[in-house]
Design a binder for this molecule. Structure first.
Ligand code: SF4
Ligand code: SF4
Length: 225
């Protein structure tokens, strides 16, 4: 899932300067799960802004709503209603949702209330950890299901750097060394031989170094845009 953190309240308030009617729009998917951008958070944000005193009493009228996924153009255009007189949308979605809502309701300004941070998984209650960087050429089958791109501080591909100590990363000493995790996982799987395969320098084009990536549906009829 995509993880995001709410921007500081003062920054959000400043971005609303000059608007008289703003719709705060939550997103019901990833950011609801990580408790930063769902329906409840949209209502909380409206309350906090109203109480904050930022903007010297020139805070706009704030309405709230939410939709299951802000990142689906068809869903947003079919189901999201914008109240009359709305001058801007304050989106609690990730950057994908902010941009999609902006495309649907162009030229209505859509302002991000979150900082989109990473692709993560919940490792324990209330904790999300980055585990994937969407590199476009997954190597988890070779690394015991542990991602060296996202979880190694140097994104190393051929084993640990020289600084790994006692299973900890030399850069972030409270973080497990990804390559130590990979080693012990492969050992449990009787697949340590995979570590003897030296991999070629990586082609990072699938990771998005050549502009925005696009996926077109294949195999089930004509592709739709
Ligand atoms: S190897 Fe690439 S696709 Fe696979 S988990 Fe890591 S970043 Fe994600
Ligand atoms: S100590 Fe481990 S996780 Fe940290 S940079 Fe080196 S190989 Fe990567």
């Amino acid at each position: 899932m995509i993880v995001g953190d709410r921007k500081p309240l003062q920054e959000i308030a400043a971005s609303l300067q000059g608007y008289r009617n703003v719709l705060i729009l939550g997103c019901g998917s990833c950011v609801t799960v990580c408790l930063s951008g769902g329906d409840r958070e949209a209502q909380e944000l409206a309350r906090e802004l109203n109480r904050s005193g930022f903007l010297d009493g020139r805070l706009p009228e704030l309405g709230t709503d939410s939709i299951l996924r802000q990142c689906e153009y068809d869903l947003v255009s079919a189901y999201q209603k914008i109240p009359p007189h709305t001058e801007a949308i304050l989106s609690l979605a990730c950057g994908c949702g902010v941009q999609t809502v902006g495309d649907v309701f162009e030229p209505l300004p859509v302002i991000p209330a979150l900082n989109t941070t990473f692709y993560g998984a919940s490792s324990e209650a209330g904790v999300w950890q980055e585990v994937c960087q969407g590199c476009g050429d997954c190597v988890l089958s070779l690394t015991g299901g542990i991602c060296p791109v996202a979880r190694c501080a140097k994104s190393l591909f051929n084993g640990p750097c020289g600084g790994s100590q006692n299973g900890r990363c030399e850069i972030f000493t409270d973080t497990p060394c990804a390559w130590a995790l990979i080693y012990y996982r492969l050992k449990k799987q009787n697949k340590l031989h995979l570590l003897h395969q030296v991999r070629e320098p990586r082609d990072w084009q699938p990771a998005g170094s050549c502009g925005p990536r696009v996926r077109r549906r294949t195999g089930i009829g004509p592709a739709t845009k």
